[in-house]
Design a protein around this ligand. Sequence first.
Ligand code: NAD
Length: 258
Amino acid sequence: MSEKVLEGKVGLVFGVANKRSIAWAIAQAWHEAGAKLIFNYQGERVKENVEELAATFGDDVSLAPCDVSNDEEISSFFDFVRTKTDRVDMMLHSVAFAPKESLSEPFVSTSREAFRVAHDISAYSLIALARETAPLMTEGGSILAMTYYGSVKVIPNYNVMGVAKAALESSTRYLAYDLGKQNIRVNCISAGPTNTLAARGIAGFGGMLSHVKERAPLPWTGDSSALAGTGVYLASPASQFVTGQVLYVDGGYEILGM
Ligand SMILES: NC(=O)c1ccc[n+]([C@@H]2O[C@H](COP(=O)([O-])OP(=O)(O)OC[C@H]3O[C@@H](n4cnc5c(N)ncnc54)[C@H](O)[C@@H]3O)[C@@H](O)[C@H]2O)c1
């Protein structure tokens, strides 16, 4: 495969918090493949981190705030995007959140509010961002979201986030159906346990990671760089007829029965 498969492409990246973020691993790979990127950041708390990371790409990057639970921020983020480019080719959704107690207490105690917040930020946001991005994808495009196996199997403590990931994966299929006519593809990467800030919010995450490291057919490292190549593949023409899919990048753990 040519090294610059995304030369001349423009990408939106949602979900960089720090250098361990899955979004950062995919953004680096998109950048190395030749893409120009526009980043969001969630509030002032992470602004500096994202600024510093984005600056490593030189002048060809820009960023703006966007809390995906806020329609006005989504709208002003896309106003900003339209000042930078009149075309977008790919969009990465690498954003999730659930209140901390819902990732440790028994699932049956999930509150209405925790359920709402988890689904709003982790699943509905894909629909809202796709709706804004699609009109900019004038030459077709690729939308990519991050999911986890806890959507289809019970992973202790993953709880309401598993239910939200099921909604995210289903939304991916419905969006793929709607947007296919515009030659926009929508897919998920289901990542194996990866050592990031969000992951450390799940009670017992260390145990999840070592379980997969011990059992997966391939040696799983738990490092976000494992997701980078698939991020490029799903953004590139090599995957031009792939849409509505959940692609497992987990060292093969998903195939196991025991
Ligand atoms: N780490 C894992 O083991 C793993 C496995 C499979 C899937 N995922 C998924 O990968 C994605 C990225 O997570 P990560 O592990 O890189 O962790 P991370 O903490 O680096 O990234 C999560 C991002 O979500 C953003 N976010 C949360 N609430 C937001 C809001 N209201 N508005 C805007 N942004 C918001 C945070 O700012 C952060 O940048 C998530 O969807 C996560 O569920 C992670």
